[in-house]
Structures are given as structure tokens and as C-alpha cells.
Design a protein around this ligand. Structure first.
Ligand SMILES: *Cc1c(COP(=O)(O)O)cnc(C)c1O
Length: 442
């Protein structure tokens, strides 16, 4: 096996590798191979075998009447989408760019669902022409789509996105089912139930119903309470029509990811078991059930590694200045309490440091004081040339580059570890050159 970027073999001693996990093995190989170095100061790595295993665990957890789509916004890279497609998932797209990507990596239109809240008339026409399914966000959007329908045969599966208004999880900005959320039709607002039933009755082409309770920070109980309320309403609509017109029920994504340790809590199986107990109607085949998981597929299968340039003390604080900050960990830097992530220290050779723990600040490279990955965190003593590893960053982090200070987007590698200690790297994205960055900045 060779490194696909350089063609050189990457081999680690077998005895050292057998107990090493993905992070350890790929850090050592990345340093050996120069993917992390004095010049290559930051890069990210995605565990491609891990993603495949995660998707298998998703498929195993649910019966085969479920159809799983990957929420593209969690990792919009073409390689990420292709990997997901090869594992047999569909794709949930929420913008013209994501739809274009989904189609260009070869997802079949019937396996794509489109969820943008601000769909232009042009994108609605395109999704219908392509046969991409679409969740209708509001009554005005419904009126426009209705005007396009008059007797037309379409492949797209259409229906409303419903907000069950069950409240927020622990992260307000990620909670989509609050009383006054911008998403979907608010189920309990005066008149909406009746209006929805009338729309479904008058429009036999409305065959789906969709809900998505939130993305991170929602408990399984909150998600299930929201879904249960909408499932009950879907059955009410079908009863009012007198036949099972709503054939597809889309429960959205949002399985929360724990950022505190390697263990996966909760698992897809935990979620499925609880859903089965509390909403058996999703499991008795009266609906084809769709899901739209994003973060839970990629987050724990990727990490960012950044070189430490300097260390110093200031006002009594021990500070390490590394090359990962707001340009790659925007949410963590701007909302440190809501998006706290685990950090580990690896030495210049890519070996994990342990022991000698000291309370330290870990700062990023940007020119504002708040550009910090962690304040007063107990970590092995950090020295120049070490690497800071940002764990569980395989989802959302690579789609959130921030161009403040004209810092380029870093490289991302797919990595596959062999049992013999070899690591096969695949370039998912080169580091952005300064010229490319300037072209984007204008
Ligand atoms: C963001 C989003 C998802 C995915 O959420 P995750 O937390 O990444 O699983 C699914 N469906 C919709 C409509 C979304 O907006």
C-alpha cells in the first residue's frame, strides 16, 4: 500500500500499530509522510473505514423499510458524498450548491431530498424536472408548486415540513422545533391543522410528511416527542382523506453526537430501539420511513491536527499558540461553551503525549483575543513542534472555514489504516494556495 499523494510507502512497526487507534496511527504516518510538518501546519483526516462502519451500524439498527439519506451540509466534500453514496445512502440537500454536488457525484435523483427553507422558483422547477423529492416549508411555497402541477406527472415525492413546536434542546441556534422556529408549518398555530388537511385532500400529489427537530443538543426524548406528534398528524390526515395518501414519513436527522470521549453515545441502535418502543407506527410498514442523519455519520470519524508554533506564559497563564483557530473551528471559538471539543497533545513525531498534565490555554493563529480552542484546560505540557488534535471534527468543521485574516482552508485527507500499521492517504482537498484564497476574497 502506498501513500496516494506521494507514492511512497507508509509503514509503521507492526508491534506499535496493533494497539493504536485511528488517530494515533494516522498522526504518526502523517508526520512521517510530511502531511504535517513545519510548512504543512494544519490538516484534517477522515477515517474512511470508520465512516463505512458507521453507515453499516445505521443500516443494521433500522429495518429495511427505512431509507437513509446523508445530510450533505455535515460534510459537503465530494469525496465525503461519494463515500456515503457507495455505502448505499441517499442525500439530503439544502441549497442549490449541495443539490448540484449531490447530482454531480452521481446520487440518483430519487435518492435525493431537498430541504432549503428559501427555495427560489428556479430551484423548485429544477428539483421537479429532475425528479428530486422536496419538502415544502410554507404555504406560499405550496401555492407556487400547486400552480406548476395541474395534472402533471412527477417523479418527485412532495409533502410538507411540519414543526411540532415541542421546544428547544440545549443549543438554541440548532433547535428547529421551537414555538416560533423559522422552519416548516407550525402545527399548533391556529388554523394550520385544518389548512394542512385541506391541502393534502385537494392535492393527491402530496405524498410525504417531514419533520426535523434539531441538529445537536436535542435529547432523544425531545426528538421522539416531536416525531410522534407529527406521525400522529400524518395518520390523522390519511384518515381524513380516507386512504393512505401519505406514503413516506421523513423523521429528519439530528442524532446528537457526544464530544466528550471516543465512545459513541447514543448509538443508532439506542435511537432505533427507543423509537420502536415509543412510535411503533413507524415500524409497522404503513410508511416508508426516511432519515437524514449528518453529524452522527461523520463527526467521530474525523479529526484536525495543528502544529504548535510557540508557547509562552502571560499573566500567569501557560499558553500554546497553534495553527487551528476560528478559521477551522469557528463554532468552537465563537461559542466555546456550546461547542466544546476534546483536545489531545501529540509530539513532533505524531506520538500521543500523556502524563505531566498542566493547566494551559490553547490559542489559534487569528488576530483577535477570543481565538482560543480551550481556556485553562488540563493537558500534557505542550511544547513548540507538538501537534494539537481536535477530536470529533469530521462533521461540519470542514464546511465552516472562515476567511478572517486571509487564512487558507486546510488540506483534508481520507485515511485508511491497515491492520499491519500501514496508512493509505487520499487527498480529499489540497490546502488552499494563497493565490486561490485571494481569488475567493476578491
Ligand atoms: C441539518 C439537518 C439535518 C442533519 O442534522 P444532523 O444533526 O447533522 O444529523 C437533517 N435534516 C435537516 C432538514 C437539516 O436541516
Amino acid at each position: 500500500m502506498t501513500n496516494r499523494q506521494t507514492g511512497s510507502p507508509v509503514v509503521l512497526p507492526i508491534e506499535a500499530s496493533s494497539s493504536m487507534n485511528f488517530t494515533e496511527q494516522s498522526m504518526q504516518a502523517a508526520v512521517k509522510d510530511g502531511l504535517l510538518s513545519e510548512e504543512n501546519i494544519i490538516a484534517a483526516f477522515v477515517n474512511t473505514d470508520g465512516v463505512t462502519q458507521t453507515i453499516q451500524s445505521l443500516k443494521d439498527a433500522f429495518p429495511d423499510s427505512f431509507r437513509h439519506a446523508f445530510a450533505a451540509k455535515a460534510n459537503t466534500m465530494s469525496h465525503a458524498l461519494r463515500l456515503v453514496k457507495e455505502s448505499g445512502l441517499g442525500c439530503e440537500a439544502s441549497s442549490p450548491g449541495e443539490l448540484h454536488q449531490a447530482l454531480s457525484v452521481g446520487f440518483e435523483p430519487e435518492n435525493i431530498v431537498y430541504d432549503e427553507p428559501a427555495k427560489t422558483k428556479a430551484i423548485i422547477r429544477k428539483t421537479l424536472e429532475k425528479g428530486v423529492s422536496l419538502n415544502i416549508d410554507n404555504f406560499q411555497e405550496f401555492e407556487f408548486i400547486s400552480s406548476l402541477m395541474n395534472g402533471r406527472e412527477i417523479e418527485s415525492k412532495l409533502g410538507f415540513r411540519i414543526n411540532p413546536q415541542v421546544g428547544a434542546g440545549s443549543i438554541g441556534p440548532m433547535s428547529t422545533a421551537t414555538k416560533s422556529s423559522k422552519f416548516g408549518i407550525a402545527l399548533d398555530d391556529a388554523g394550520n391543522r385544518g389548512k394542512l388537511i385541506d391541502c393534502y385532500k385537494a392535492s393527491p400529489w402530496l405524498k410525504t410528511m417531514h419533520t426535523h427537530i434539531g441538529s445537536q443538543g436535542c435529547t432523544l426524548d425531545l426528538m421522539i416527542a416531536g416525531i410522534a406528534k407529527v406521525v400522529e398528524f400524518a395518520m390523522e390526515v390519511n384518515a381524513a382523506i380516507g386512504k393512505p395518501q401519505i406514503e413516506i414519513f421523513d423523521i429528519g436527522g439530528g442524532l446528537p453526537v457526544n464530544f466528550d470521549c471516543d465512545e459513541i453515545k447514543p448509538t443508532f441502535e439506542d435511537y432505533s430501539n427507543k423509537l420502536q418502543r415509543e412510535i411503533p407506527e413507524l415500524f409497522n410498514r404503513q410508511f416508508v420511513v426516511k432519515t437524514e442523519f449528518g453529524r452522527s455519520i461523520y463527526a467521530k470519524n474525523g479529526f484536525i491536527a495543528a502544529r504548535v508554533e510557540y508557547t509562552k506564559t502571560s499573566g500567569g497563564n501557560q499558553i500554546a499558540v497553534c495553527h487551528a483557530g476560528a478559521q477551522t473551528a469557528a463554532r468552537t471559538v465563537f461559542m466555546p461553551d456550546l461547542w466544546k471539543i476534546r483536545l489531545s497533545v501529540f509530539d513532533a513525531n505524531g506520538c500521543r503525549k500523556s502524563g505531566n498534565e498542566v493547566v494551559q490555554d490553547v490559542a489559534g493563529p487569528c488576530c483577535f483575543a477570543g481565538d482560543m480552542l480551550a481556556h485553562q484546560r488540563k493537558l500534557p505540557f505542550i511544547e513548540p513542534g507538538d501537534h494539537i488534535v481536535l477530536h470529533d471534527t469530521g462533521a461540519y468543521y470542514f464546511s465552516n472555514p472562515f476567511m478572517y485574516n486571509s487564512l487558507p482552508a486546510h488540506a483534508v485527507y481520507g485515511a485508511s489504516c491497515g491492520v499491519d500499521g500501514r496508512v493509505d492517504f487520499d487527498v480529499w482537498r489540497r490546502s488552499q494556495t494563497l493565490d486561490e484564497l485571494l481569488a475567493v476574497l476578491g
